[in-house]
Design a binder for this molecule. Structure first.
Ligand code: BEZ
Length: 211
C-alpha cells in the first residue's frame, strides 16, 4: 500500500554498504531521508549518488541521516561505488541498502509496475524524529533529482515543526515566512517579536523566527 504523509515510516532490517541497518534504530532521534534509485551502473543514478555524497555535510548540519537503496547486490554496490568516486569525485559516505529481495522496495511501494516491474523508481521519503513520513516525492528513472530542493524542504519542515509558520512559494532559508491562519493577530504579536506585515488578514509575513 502507498505510504502517505503522517504514516509511521515502516521499520526494517537490511544489508548495506555500511553493514546491517536497523532503520528506526539507525535514525535514532534525528531526521532521515530514504531514497531509491533504479539500478547500479546507470548514468543518472551515478550522478545522483555522487551529489548526495557531496551534500552529506549539509544533511549532517540538519541532523538528517541519508540512506539509499536499489534492488542490486552488495557486491554490485561495492564495485559501483568505485565508479561513483572516480567519475563524480565523491566517495560514498552514507549507507546504500542492498534490497535484492525487494523487501524494503515493496514495504515503501518503490516499484511502480506500469513504469518498470523490476526496478525501483526514484522515490524520496523524508522522515521526522517521530518516525512519521513528512514528505514523499517520486521521480521517473529518466530524471535526476534536485537534492538542493530536498534540503530546502527539510529546512521548511524543521522550521515549521518548531514555529507556527508556513513557508511561501520558492521560499529559501533566511527569507520571510507566513504566519499560519490559526494564530490570531494578538497572539502573533507575542509569538513573533520581530513583527509582521499583513497583506490580507490571512496572508501575514514575518521574518524567519530562528534567524
Ligand atoms: C539512469 O540512472 O541513468 C537510468 C536508470 C534506469 C533507467 C533510465 C536511466
Amino acid at each position: 500500500m502507498a505510504i502517505r504523509l503522517g504514516d509511521i515510516a515502516p521499520d526494517f532490517t537490511a544489508d548495506s554498504t555500511e553493514g546491517p541497518i536497523h532503520f528506526h534504530e539507525y535514525l535514532g532521534s534525528g531526521w532521515g531521508v530514504l531514497f531509491s534509485h533504479p539500478r547500479d551502473f546507470t548514468p543518472v543514478c551515478t550522478t545522483e549518488l555522487g551529489e548526495v555524497a557531496k551534500l552529506k555535510p549539509e544533511f549532517d548540519k540538519r541532523n538528517v541521516k541519508v540512506v539509499a537503496l536499489s534492488v542490486d547486490s552488495l557486491d554490485d554496490h561495492k564495485r559501483w561505488s568505485g565508479d561513483i568516486e572516480e567519475t563524480q569525485g565523491a566517495r560514498l559516505n552514507y549507507p546504500l541498502l542492498a534490497d535484492q529481495d525487494r523487501k524494503v522496495a515493496n514495504l515503501y511501494d518503490m516499484i511502480h509496475p506500469n513504469a518498470n516491474d523490476t526496478q525501483t523508481v526514484r522515490s524520496v521519503f523524508v522522515i521526522g524524529p517521530d518516525k512519521k513520513v513528512k514528505l514523499t516525492i517520486t521521480y521517473p528513472a529518466s530524471t535526476g533529482r534536485n537534492f538542493d530542493e530536498i534540503l530546502r524542504v527539510i529546512d521548511s519542515l524543521q522550521l515549521t515543526s518548531q514555529y507556527s509558520v508556513a513557508t511561501p512559494v520558492n521560499w529559501k532559508d533566511g527569507q520571510d515566512c507566513i504566519i499560519v491562519p490559526s494564530v490570531s493577530d494578538a497572539d502573533a504579536k507575542q509569538k513573533f517579536p520581530k513583527g509582521f506585515r499583513a497583506i490580507k488578514p490571512y496572508l501575514r509575513f514575518t521574518p524567519q523566527p530562528n534567524k
